[in-house]
Design a protein around this ligand. Structure first.
Ligand code: GAL
Length: 714
């Protein structure tokens, strides 16, 4: 091994530093690899929007405090950490929330409930409670040792004892050096002989995240129908099965916008042919048309591994990796040729038929099991020059980008699902989902998604009990993709929650009550569509994540630092899900006034309260001094949908709120074809002001202002 490659750890003040966007600095160490998340970015930074964020003039970390070294195994970075510094982000692992004191692997996997930080969306980006963000631009399986390593050499900028500024004296000082040494952020980037690190300035964590999302290009805006309810039928459903069940939803007025077809629509699914199975779907065009007449948007399941019977197999082979998965080719989506061939077949079978979105399955990996390791190995080679490790990091993002192209060409928005994502993904209109199913972990996933430009659905499938089914539904309706994923259930879970009994056709005795209760929850979701649409427009315009942990909104409150069983939904709603077996739970209400969403009861915050709710509803709170626009629930979004809005008025001096009005389906809003309806309340009276140049059918009619009288002060 050549010793010439060894380069001792050294301060990084010789490093190339560039301010690349307002409040964002790129630090170039050594010779970075070319094929990284920045290289494959989905959109250019939204620089104009970034200008309006508060930003420090200087780097959030002094260069002399950062060290970098290159060795045969790759490169390492050391960043300082302060004593109380907390770390958020680094992917969508659902076991951990705050990430300091750990080794966080940035490795994709299909089981996010684990202690190795494996997740569907490993992300080399973190937000520090000290008010800055760090993005390491790598497609390598990096590790972040978040404050638990103890280097023997003195960190740059420290004195001989390792203290930044040791003071002689008290007993505390005896231990000071040890504590400080433990607070080094060590980042291991294997293979690479250099790396670009992007520092994001605060001052607050919310500013960091907004800046990161805008730097990524700004958050996606779903089509309005994407915010409705989504149902996925049994994997084996035929066209008739889907049509029948879909019609029964309409007959029973069960809200549903998106209908998902699982593997059975194809002639071969593991791996995929991308060709309709004509036995189950004799007339795909007719089927799509009939579903459209009923007002459904179709979403098709697939993964990218291309089966030998697929008509594109031969053509795709030269643009694929040198290992197959389930006998299927792994297309190299970094090659335009691969995208073109792949999309050519999809154009014919999928997009030209009017499919509205896709579910991109299996693009993660299962690296740490001793049995049943699946997907391609890390030493794989791809024609673009990527190896298997890099491709595993980028596959989800490249696949999402590829499948978005046909919609961009049609000037249509899409709304899809994906099982792998990575950095800079906020502009991509896909929500991450999982086969894992622990409800508590799912809620943590919702809270975590907001740190890093990701969307997460705690999808509902079967349940051990009706109570569990309610509790899960109460969570999912406050997240981006309100998904009932019945891919292994013949009947909807509200007819029978138990998987075996469901498939044996045994309807629950109380199914009528359960259906009525679930329908009410779906209607709550539908009443929130305009509010959520505003939250997503804020995501797009200002980078504010629609779902987030409380610590982002109340960074100064030490009580929220570790709260991961409550989350924010939009600017003013806080959800505190209950879990099976709980008859009541402790909820932390941050400082200020809060109102119970269901009863209007008023609470003073800055404390914990104990709250109980019947199984049919979960604890949801609205921030005081809020204008909350709620729609009369529709069953689905249609081109001519106009929501009847009642604005709930919480408190005497509510802040203004805005509704965003546009065609709901195209990208014209990005060219300014959008109205903003500003809602304000003064002197006991509400008013609305509409501005903008959207001239299509009105989306909103304000039918009332409802002062929420506080029913009780607690
Ligand atoms: C899984 C996926 C499920 C379902 C299933 C169908 O991999 O996560 O949601 O789509 O495949 O085979």
């Amino acid at each position: 091994m050549s010793l010439a490659l060894f380069c001792p750890s050294k301060p990084a003040d010789a490093v190339d530093v560039q301010q690349v966007a307002p409040g964002v600095w790129r630090l170039r160490f050594g010779n970075p690899e070319p094929l990284t998340p920045i290289h494959f970015r989905s959109a250019e930074p939204a620089v104009e929007a970034m200008k309006s964020l508060p930003a420090a003039k200087d780097l959030p970390i002094a260069l002399k405090q950062i060290s970098f070294s290159v060795r045969p195994r790759g490169c390492t970075l050391e960043l300082p950490m302060t004593r109380g510094e907390r770390i958020y982000g680094l992917g969508l692992n659902t076991t951990f929330f705050e990430m300091s004191g750990k080794r966080a692997f940035i490795v994709p996997g299909d089981q996010p409930e684990n202690e190795a930080n494996v997740s569907h969306a490993p992300e080399p980006f973190y937000v520090s409670s000290d008010g800055f963000g760090v993005f390491v631009d790598t497609a390598r399986f990096a590790s972040f040792y978040t404050g638990n390593v103890d280097p023997t050499s003195k960190p740059p900028g420290a004195d001989s004892a390792g203290n930044e500024a040791a003071s002689a004296g008290g007993v505390e000082d005896l231990y000071r050096a040890r504590e400080l040494r433990k607070r080094t952020m060590l980042i291991d980037v294997p293979t690479a002989q250099g790396v670009d690190v992007y520092l994001f300035s605060g001052p607050a964590m919310m500013d960091v995240v907004r800046r990161y999302n805008l730097f990524s290009g700004g958050g996606c805006v779903p089509p309005m129908w994407g915010l409705g309810m989504a149902y996925r039928g049994l994997n084996k459903f035929t066209a008739d099965d889907s049509l029948k069940l879909a019609q029964s939803f309409r007959d029973d007025h069960i809200p549903c916008d998106i209908w998902g077809l699982e593997p059975g629509w194809q002639t071969h699914a593991y791996s995929c042919s991308f060709v309709w199975n004509r036995k189950a779907f004799p007339d795909p065009d007719g089927f799509v048309r009939q579903m459209g007449v009923m007002g459904y948007r179709l979403n098709l399941w697939e993964h990218c591994f291309t089966h030998p019977t697929s008509p594109i197999y031969e053509a795709l082979a030269p643009y694929s990796g040198n290992y197959r998965v389930w006998s299927g080719l792994v297309p190299d989506f970094a090659m335009p040729e691969a995208r073109k061939i792949f999309l050519g077949l999809h154009e014919k079978e999928v997009f030209s038929k009017g499919i509205s979105g896709v579910k991109l399955d299996e693009c993660d990996y299962q690296p740490f099991r001793s049995t049943n390791v699946w997907s391609f190995p890390e030493p794989s080679q791809f024609p673009s020059g990527m190896d298997g490790e890099q491709m595993h990091s980028m596959l989800g993002v490249l696949y999402q980008q590829t499948m978005k192209e046909p919609f961009d060409q049609r000037n249509l928005r899409t709304w899809g699902l994906v099982r792998n994502s990575q950095a800079l993904a906020s502009p991509l209109p896909y929500t991450v989902y999982s086969d894992s199913y622990d409800h508590r972990s799912y809620v943590r996933g919702v809270a975590k998604s907001g740190f890093q430009g990701l969307l997460w659905t705690p999808e509902v499938r079967n349940a051990e009990s009706v109570e569990e089914f309610y509790r899960r539904t109460q969570t999912v309706i406050f997240t981006p993709f309100a998904l009932i994923n019945s891919w292994f259930l013949r009947m909807p879970p509200w007819m029978q929650v138990d998987r075996e009994k469901n498939n044996a056709g045994q309807v629950m005795a109380d199914h009528a009550e359960v259906t009525a209760a679930v329908k009410k929850l779906f209607e709550v979701r539908m009443s929130l569509v305009p509010y959520l649409y505003s939250a997503f427009n804020e995501y797009h315009l200002h980078g504010t994540p629609p779902n987030r942990a409380l610590v982002m909104d109340w960074p100064e409150d030490p009580n929220v630092a570790a709260i991961d069983d409550q989350f924010m939904c939009g600017p003013s709603i806080m959800v505190a899900p209950m879990f099976t077996g709980q008859t009541h739970r402790s909820v932390y209400l941050p400082k200020g006034t809060w109102y119970d969403f269901w009863t209007g009861e008023k609470y003073e915050g800055g404390r914990r309260i104990d709250i109980g709710k019947p199984a049919e509803i979960g604890p949801v709170f609205v921030k005081g001094d809020t204008l909350l626009p709620l729609a009369a629930p529709t069953e689905r979004f249609a081109d001519n949908t106009c929501y009847d809005i009642t604005v709930r008025v919480y408190g005497d001096h509510p802040s203004a709120a805005a509704l965003f009005e546009d065609d709901g389906v195209s990208n014209d809003f990005q060219q300014g074809k959008q109205n903003r309806i500003d809602l304000t309340w003064a002197e006991g009276k509400g008013s609305e002001v509409r501005t903008g140049s959207y001239a299509g059918p009105a989306r909103y009619r304000i039918v009332g202002w409802d002062r929420v009288a506080s029913k009780a002060i607690k």
